[in-house]
Design a protein around this ligand. Structure first.
Ligand code: C2E
Ligand code: CA
Ligand code: CA
Length: 555
């Protein structure tokens, strides 16, 4: 059938042809004025229509629609024909398949209008429900259901089979959606799916598992082969381009082996997804293989996180504070203590803070726990000041606490309620992550300085707290980390470093507390040669429970 060169239908013919090759669905476009119809070839492949060249769609298709459903189709056609349908028109009906069976399909139509608002083209998409349940409508790839079926068949197949499940997740795909819109996101997804399919060995299928996650089953795979496949996937990712910009989207992947990691399909997929999550945590754009130990550790952390959440909800009842003495370096006289957090695990064992503080910080649970710590440390300090009026209490504060708006008002209220002298309280800033904004930190601390609370920089010489920051950070006390003290008597470098750091601090009006002093000789050196101000370490006392520590005061 020949068509007018300039007919709207003819203009979109090339586009239509391209589209029909990449779609699982059946497509048609009707020229409203002439009735001419373009139909995708797969109509002829799967249904028994006498021809796909027609200028009367209704009379072609109606005989193949289940007689009970014809009215549904006709109503939908009337609605779109009237031309005032502003949205898509969609309907479901049974259509006779080549096999001789009726199958449910969905027909979705939209009208394309000219500049006067008159419909000139009607485009329709027919989707088979059974296929839809297997395939992903955006990429045309088989979906998670199909993946599960295929994997189950693979792992329950011949004895001795082995291989790997690889899941590929797009990193930050939502950014593409947000920046360029969902429509572009869909096009990009389709492109990615096609690119990856093209680089895969022909016998390996790509499945679409979730909105931005793909999966594959690789029989007989060795880790090296999987790494090679993933490198090709990474190359594909560099090629998704927008018309104006070039956008780069990366992918991460996780892999698990059957039957070594697990031999049932559900567990293997879960393990591969765990490995993907770890790859993302490690910074994305990489592949990780499932490792049982990492997984157990991860599970432990999640378990602990839940326990802590419950514990916080119950008022932090499984937390307690230990107190480690701080002494005046000149004469070894007790001046105060540092409050150190401990946690009772469910079996009653005591867990050290390094095992859970990073998790509390990451989940921001450190904020409620931090309130509890201050409340309790201040209560204890007030009690102990009955025995020793100038008793100093040092409390660890993590950066995340400073970011909370209620922190300062809370501290102020706490000080007032307990009627404690704020100059007997020191906040130690402990934060191993880099401090991105010293201006912010100083601004926060300025309020505490004004209140009279002292500020100490913890773990000096490690992580964030180095010489450069002495310049930027206004504090009263520097706590030199114990890594410099461990070998101080054997190591001239450490000796000089500590000695000159103390000198430097004194010259700018800061006091110095030395941590981790375990031996008398070290103490004597620090006192006589370094002129340190305060000492904290096992030589003067371990962290102790409240009822133990209090004996030091009652003497
Ligand atoms: P930190 O603030 O540097 O606390 C000193 C740590 O060194 C304590 O470990 C203490 O037991 C240990 N220590 C003290 N003297 C010696 C010594 O002579 N030799 C050795 N080998 N170790 C010594 P702990 O209690 O396990 O605390 C570890 C870290 O956990 C603390 O390091 C601090 O960063 C964090 N932390 C503890 N309690 C809290 C808290 O209440 N809040 C916050 N945010 N962090 C806390
Ligand atoms: Ca500390
Ligand atoms: Ca420290």
């Amino acid at each position: 059938m020949s068509m007018n060169e300039n007919s709207p239908l003819n203009k979109i013919r090339t586009y239509f042809n391209a589209l029909q090759n990449s779609a699982e669905e059946y497509l048609f476009v009707v020229d409203v004025n002439t009735g001419e119809v373009l139909m995708s070839d797969n109509f002829m492949r799967d249904f028994s229509f006498p021809s796909n060249e027609t200028d009367d769609l209704d009379s072609l298709i109606l005989p193949f629609i289940h007689h009970e459903d014809r009215e549904i189709y006709e109503n939908a056609m009337n609605e779109i024909d009237k031309g005032n349908a502003s949205k898509d028109v969609s309907c479901d009906f049974r259509l006779l398949h080549k096999s001789g069976d009726y199958g449910w399909v969905n027909l979705s139509m939209a009208a394309g209008k000219d500049e006067f608002g008159q419909p000139i083209l009607i485009s329709g998409v027919v989707t088979r429900m059974d296929v839809k349940l297997r395939a992903d409508h955006i990429t045309g790839l088989l979906n998670r259901h199909s993946f599960d079926v295929a994997l189950e068949a693979e792992v329950t197949g011949a004895p001795g089979i082995h291989g790997a499940v690889v899941v590929v997740g797009l990193d930050n795909f939502h950014v593409i959606n947000e920046t360029y819109g969902h429509h572009f996101g869909d096009i990009a997804l389709r492109q990615i799916a096609q690119n990856i399919t093209n680089i895969l060995p022909p016998d390996i299928k790509l499945y679409k598992l979730d909105s931005d996650m793909f999966g594959m089953i690789i029989p007989d795979a060795m880790p090296e082969e999987i790494e090679i496949i993933f490198s090709s996937v990474q190359l594909c990712m560099r090629e998704i381009r927008n018309v104006e910009d070039t956008i780069y989207c990366t992918a991460s992947a996780g892999a698990a082996f059957y039957p070594t990691d697990a031999n049932d399909s559900v567990t293997i997929v879960r393990y591969a997804e765990v490995a993907l999550e770890i790859a993302r945590k490690k910074g994305r754009d990489q592949i990780c293989f499932f490792v049982k130990e990492t997984y157990d550790r991860w599970r432990y952390d999640i378990g602990m996180q839940n326990l802590m959440q419950n514990c916080i909800a119950r008022g932090c009842e499984d937390f307690f504070l230990c107190y480690q003495p701080q002494v005046d370096a000149k004469d070894g006289r007790l001046i105060g203590a540092e409050a150190l957090l401990r946690w009772y695990d469910k079996d009653g064992s005591v867990v050290a803070p390094m095992q859970f503080i990073p998790m509390l910080e990451k989940s921001r649970m450190i904020i409620p726990v931090g309130h509890w710590i201050i409340e309790n440390a201040v209560t204890t300090a007030k009690k102990w000041q009955k025995y020793m009026p100038d008793f100093q209490m040092s409390i660890n504060i993590s950066l995340y606490q400073l970011e909370e708006h209620m922190f300062f008002p809370f501290v102020k209220d706490c000080i007032e309620r307990h009627e404690i002298d704020p100059t007997t309280i020191t906040f130690e800033l402990t934060e191993s992550q880099s401090v991105y904004d010293w201006e912010f930190v100083n601004k926060q601390f300025a309020d505490f300085h004004n209140l009279g609370i002292k500020i100490a920089m913890d773990d000096f010489g490690t992580g964030y707290s180095s010489l450069g920051f002495l310049k930027n950070f206004t504090c009263n006390v520097i706590k030199i980390d114990r890594v410099f003290i461990e070998d101080i008597l054997k190591n001239d470098f450490d000796k000089n470093l500590v000695k000159y750091t103390v000198m430097l601090c004194h010259s700018i009006g800061m006091e110095v507390c030395i941590e981790g002093v375990e031996e008398e000789d070290a103490y004597i050196f620090l006192r006589d040669e370094c002129k340190a101000d305060y000492i904290q370490g096992f030589f003067f006392g371990y962290p102790e429970m409240e009822n133990v520590f209090v004996r030091r005061l009652k003497k």
